[in-house]
Design a protein around this ligand. Structure first.
Ligand code: DGJ
Length: 312
């Protein structure tokens, strides 16, 4: 296998030779390094509850990842929201230059509640690899909070984007200046479209959305959309995937769109190929995003096609 290449859907080992354990994750670029955060899942069955926490890996080139350990750990204290057995899903981290803090958000559910509580979790750290200190769990402006991402806009403002209203709608909610609290500035989008796995990115003056349908751990057809501003009306652009496997997002579900540092216009679509009976065995599908003008449409459309292996 070529060293400097991505091999979507195949086992991916870290620099210690262990399978990378960072599911439903996202990547932060900071200080010339990439940091990949994700759900650390124990091996074996019945691991749909958080038993470890959120892992962190570091890379300079996006191909080779060093494990930095667990950035946010579950605890044994039954009275604490982070007690082992709670749910910690889809963690995302952003850096706040004003406070010098790294801020993690995730979908949280209390132990024994399944996904019924629909909470957001927030934690902060002075360094990218943690340890992150738990701040609180909450429902932003009283809204249910499930699949989520955090997006930093070109003007430095940050937004939570999350599945709400029993997954029927997506909410965009601006964070305060510390990125640790929601403000009341929010809008509801994609009414009744049951979008999960939201990803937001900015390209050539437009905002793009990639996400999924809502079918549990089973893969489904991906969604894409474009808007001139985050709070404008989003226009759906259909399934961005092309070719064989496109109707199931190549057996995977989106988790993040990663802008490649120093390469404007290059984005990596990050997705999870879930193995629900053994979530730790889930693999990663990373593919390049292409943009193409489509007749009759002003904005270029994002497309994703399968590659057995590929390089930047
Ligand atoms: C789909 C979500 O995208 C996942 O993060 C997880 O919550 C599963 N549903 C659970 O069924």
């Amino acid at each position: 296998m070529p060293q400097n290449a991505f091999h979507p859907g195949r086992p991916w080992l870290d620099l210690d030779g262990e399978p990378i354990n960072a599911h439903g994750g996202g990547v932060l670029f900071h200080g010339g390094q990439y940091y990949w955060y994700g759900e650390a899942r124990p091996r074996g069955p019945s691991n749909q509850d958080a038993r470890i926490g959120v892992s962190c890996y570091r890379s300079e080139d996006l191909y080779h990842w060093k494990s930095l350990g667990i950035a946010l750990k579950v605890v044994e204290d039954e009275s604490h929201p982070l007690v082992s057995g709670c749910k910690i899903e889809r963690p995302k981290v952003i850096y706040n230059a004003k406070t010098g803090k790294f801020v993690m958000w995730w979908h949280h559910d209390r132990k024994g509640w399944g996904h019924a509580g629909a909470l957001a979790g927030v934690a902060v750290s002075d360094s990218p690899q943690g340890p992150f200190t738990f701040v609180e769990v909450l429902q932003p402006n009283g809204r249910m909070f499930r699949d989520c991402t955090v997006f930093m806009d070109v003007d430095g403002a940050a937004y939570l984007v999350f599945a709400s209203d029993a997954n029927a709608n997506l909410v965009f909610c601006r964070l305060d200046d510390t990125f640790t609290k929601p403000t009341g500035i929010q809008c509801t989008q994609f009414h009744g479209r049951y979008m999960e796995a939201p990803c937001v990115f900015h390209h050539e003056g437009r905002y793009y959305f990639l996400g999924s349908d809502c079918t549990g751990w089973a893969p489904n057809e991906a969604r894409s959309a474009v808007a001139p501003a985050l709070f404008a009306d989003w226009k759906e652009l259909g399934n961005p995937c092309l070719g064989e496997g496109s109707e199931t997002t190549f057996g995977a579900q989106s988790t993040f769109v990663l802008p490649v540092a120093g390469k404007p216009g290059r984005f990596i679509f990050m997705a999870d190929r879930w193995v629900p009976e053994d979530l730790a065995a889930s693999t990663y599908v990373w593919l390049p995003i292409e943009f193409r003008k489509v007749p009759g449409r002003e904005a270029p459309r994002p497309f994703i096609r399968w590659a057995d292996s590929w390089s930047l």
